[in-house]
Write a protein that binds this ligand. Sequence first.
Ligand code: ING
Length: 314
Amino acid sequence: MTGARRITVSAAQLGPVPLAASRAETLARLIKLLEEAAVAGSELVVFPEAALTPFFPHWLVEDAAELNGYYESELPGPNTQELFDAARELRLAFVLGYAERTAGDRRFNTAVLVDEGGEVVHRYRKIHLPGFRDVTPGTPFQNLEKRYFEVGDLGFGVQPWRNTTVGLAICNDRRWAETYRVLALRGAKLVCLGYNTPATTPHLAESDRLADFQNHLSMQAGAYQNSMWVVGAAKAGVEEGVAQIGGSAIIAPSGEIIATATTRGDELVTAEIDLDMASRYRRDVFNFAQHRRPEHYLPIVEPVATGNEYTETS
Ligand code: ING
């Protein structure tokens, strides 16, 4: 396709990050994936959510010093400088998910876009925090993101990068239609997101058999309904006793999965993507200006009570 705007991108799936692993050992795995991406001709590498540490919201951490050890107070900093240096040397841009602790001791589940010059050019703080503030007794693992993170305060921003516009999201965000629609309304054509997704959901066991399906469903629907490319990178495998899905994928504005991981370990998933496909679908199918009519979506007619509305007690 002559003149098309084609770039090569990678989802850098990670297997488990054990508690026993040193920060240096983990960082070496990310750098190895960067090097693989450079050999594959990739220009942007997407790492998972919480890529530098185990996903500590899966358990209760009561010791303050231990808890602080999971966050980064500076980026780049002592735990990430080598990654930034390697990416800059390889002229690779990357997205990194990590636990952020601000100078004012505010804590967020964060992802940053770092350009090929090693500059943090965009930051996103996770808005849809699943799970709870307090421990759920009797479940095999927890999700305490509401305990360890604040709701993101940056909204869904977009960042021009190379000849496209990038938006970031994190994990549970990908399940919510608003994530993609708001990014699309703001001009994003490429959404990069990382996730740590358990293969079982203690509060909704019936969905367990659908964990992989609902992962791809969420990203494929978001990509198609908003004419976007979506790159999703998993932290996969059994991490501190919690089995997590893989399924890292590169998904086209057509909704098709054009590349996906086949393991639950460290695995680079790379594809050359045609950015103009996003423009074609936005021009012909999801042309917001021509076809979308938000002014007609309201007022919502109050539903006539039929007696089968969902209530907490039903
Ligand atoms: N993890 C999970 C996710 O959204 C989850 C939590 C799993 C919520 C399954 C609902 C159903 O993929 C994170 N970290 O958000």
